[in-house]
Design a protein around this ligand. Structure first.
Ligand code: ZN
Length: 287
């Protein structure tokens, strides 16, 4: 297991962590000041400044990417599946332009939440089938663009509206069916917030191995959690045994960035430099 205590060379900042404090250009500047080597930007943040400017800023700051957030939201009305596919193809192309190592997929839940305007449905199994179809179809484009797709299983509290793939086992089953040769084109993003509770976590990380483990996201689980979406904790402030999980991730062969991804009303209310400094300090002591 890598020693993170002496520096933060393996820290990546998911830019949603400071999305309320500034635009992507401001975040890139702050990362340069703090000597953060990598980021994982969001599509809306890239769109807000324009893809060309985002590409130029990343290059000028000599930043690496640990991922690009995000594609997915596959379940939709039949009439809207083409639009959904086109949207995802654009996400792949943006990820490639930015030099991301993978496009993270938040796969979507029921159609009316995944793609608003779709007809209301309670067919979760049907949504899961649409997810598999959607990833399978996108995979062709992603292979051509040489952009690996990383399925991020989400905590089951998001099954209705954000992702109906809720465990690493489910995500890896999809990988095995859609990419049985383990070509590197399809894998998973393991986010501690979503998977820490899973009794099968360690076995599934070992099953994933380096070929499927494309991204590792860290934050912490607060007790109590006051909001389902915007109350993630800073590493070390909650109950997740982060070093134990990272040991398993690295034992499986993962040697990439530990990406800090915190959606938090508390941390969004603090100055950007303070948040990044805290992420760095906790990366060294708690991750
Ligand atoms: Zn994540």
């Amino acid at each position: 297991m890598r020693d993170f205590s002496g520096d933060h060379r393996w820290l990546s900042l998911n830019t949603a962590t400071v999305r309320k404090q500034g635009d992507l250009l401001a975040i890139v500047d702050a990362c340069a000041r703090a000597k953060v080597r990598a980021i994982s930007p969001w599509r809306d943040q890239v769109a807000a400044i324009g893809l060309a400017r985002a590409v130029a800023a990343v290059k000028a700051a000599q930043l690496s990417l640990s991922g690009y957030c995000r594609g997915g939201m596959f379940p939709a009305d039949p009439a809207r599946l083409e639009e959904t596919h086109d949207d995802n193809r654009r996400a792949v192309d943006e990820a490639a332009a930015l030099g991301a190592p993978c496009l993270v997929l938040v796969v979507g839940g029921l159609p009316q939440f995944s793609r608003p305007g779709s007809a209301p449905s309670k067919d979760l199994a049907g949504a899961r089938a649409l997810v598999e179809d959607g990833i399978g179809r996108l995979l062709e484009h992603a292979r051509a663009a040489r952009m690996p797709l990383a399925i991020e299983p989400l905590h089951p509290m998001y099954a209705a509206d954000r992702a109906c793939v809720n465990t690493l086992a489910h995500a890896l089953d999809l990988c095995d069916r859609l990419d049985p040769q383990t070509t590197g084109a399809l894998g998973v993003a393991a986010d501690v917030y979503h998977v820490w509770w899973d009794p099968d976590l360690m076995a599934q990380l070992a099953r994933a191995g380096a070929r499927r483990l494309l991204a590792y996201h860290v934050c912490d689980w607060l007790v109590p959690t006051r909001d389902l979406l915007t109350d993630r904790g800073m590493m070390g402030d909650g109950v997740i045994d982060l070093p134990r999980i990272r040991a398993a991730v690295e034992a499986a062969g993962f040697a990439r960035f530990a990406e800090v991804e915190i959606f938090s009303d508390h941390w969004w209310s603090r100055p950007m430099d303070e948040v990044i400094a805290t992420c760095i300090a906790r990366h060294c002591t708690a991750v």
